[in-house]
Design a protein around this ligand. Structure first.
Ligand code: BV8
Length: 235
């Protein structure tokens, strides 16, 4: 089926990389960051979502993240998450890389998701560094048994990304036969650098976004459309 001039069928590829941003979850009701109603338009990340804010007032940061946990917990994976999960179940060499922290890809059935920016559903002791999954809403208790606060295991601005995740993403992009980028404004680094590993190899690449981005011209196909309908049409 031809989608805006793109006659690629995802099923014809063996090593797809899905690289996703907040736009993937928009149709699930989760706000993006920079578009209309975006998270960073409503909240100043320097007050609610960075290490300095957490050191200054962990309770205020946890109040903000409890609001987000409740909001995400009330949302469901959409058709786009489900298509990605179906593609990965049909071909385990499919790689799923996300900047999202909502866990919806995993709830749709994806495995081994590379969560470049961490997860709302993981916390780590700010003293001992131990990490654990936690789905409680609101998150309680906020302190570890050692007495220190648990910290959301999220990569905030100024935080280094997990080198293992970055390496896994670069490896997948160095081996893929198709890159499908969905719902990212491509302005946050180093994640925004990753698609260039595929561009440099000349493999076909598809961008799915209702809006043009600063990198749309680098994709083989830059499709103006929403994640669910566009991805389903390519599947
Ligand atoms: C780092 C965490 C090394 C989760 C986020 C000065 C000081 C410190 C660092 C920097 C600095 N200057 C630059 C940097 C680097 C900085 C950066 O890149 N800043 C940018 C803004 C210039 N990066 C970092 O700090 C990273 N760490 O570099 O460490 C270092 C350390 C110290 C000093 C220097 C370097 C860490 C980056 C991670 C930040 N964490 N959030 C949370 O709290 O929620 S940022 C946030 O941006 C989210 O993680 C998000 O995933 C990410 C990317 O955003 P998108 O997913 O693209 O979302 P966005 O809203 O932007 O776009 C959505 C798109 O979807 C739109 O295009 C829209 O059109 C589209 N869309 C809408 N609806 C749909 C749709 N698409 C399809 N279907 C739809 N229905």
């Amino acid at each position: 089926m031809d989608v805006n001039g793109c006659n690629i069928r995802l099923r014809d590829f063996n090593r797809i990389v899905f690289f996703t941003g907040a736009g993937l979850s928009a149709e699930s009701g989760i706000p993006t960051y920079r578009g209309r109603g975006g998270v960073w338009h409503q909240y100043n990340y320097e007050e609610f979502a960075c290490q300095m804010a957490f050191d200054r007032d962990p309770e205020k940061v946890w109040d903000f993240h409890d609001v987000r946990r409740a909001r995400v917990a009330a949302c469901e994976p959409n058709l786009a998450h489900r298509v990605i999960a179906e593609a990965q179940q049909g071909n385990p060499r499919t790689a799923v890389i996300t900047q999202n922290i909502d866990g919806l890809l995993q709830r749709a059935g994806c495995r081994s998701v590379v969560e470049l920016h961490g997860s709302l559903w993981r916390v780590r002791c700010s003293r001992e560094g131990i990490v654990r999954e936690d789905f409680s809403v609101p998150f309680r208790p906020r302190r570890c048994s050692c007495g220190a606060y648990w910290r959301p295991d999220i990569v905030w601005f100024g935080d280094m990304l997990d080198s293992g995740f970055l390496e896994a993403a670069m490896k997948a992009l160095s081996e893929c036969d198709l890159l499908v980028t969905i719902g990212t404004s491509a302005v946050v680094y180093p994640a925004a650098d990753l698609p260039h590993y595929a561009f440099a190899r000349g493999v076909p690449s598809i961008e799915i976004n209702p809006e043009l981005t600063i990198v749309s011209h680098l994709y083989t196909y830059s499709l103006r459309g929403k994640a669910s309908e566009t991805l389903a049409a390519l599947w």
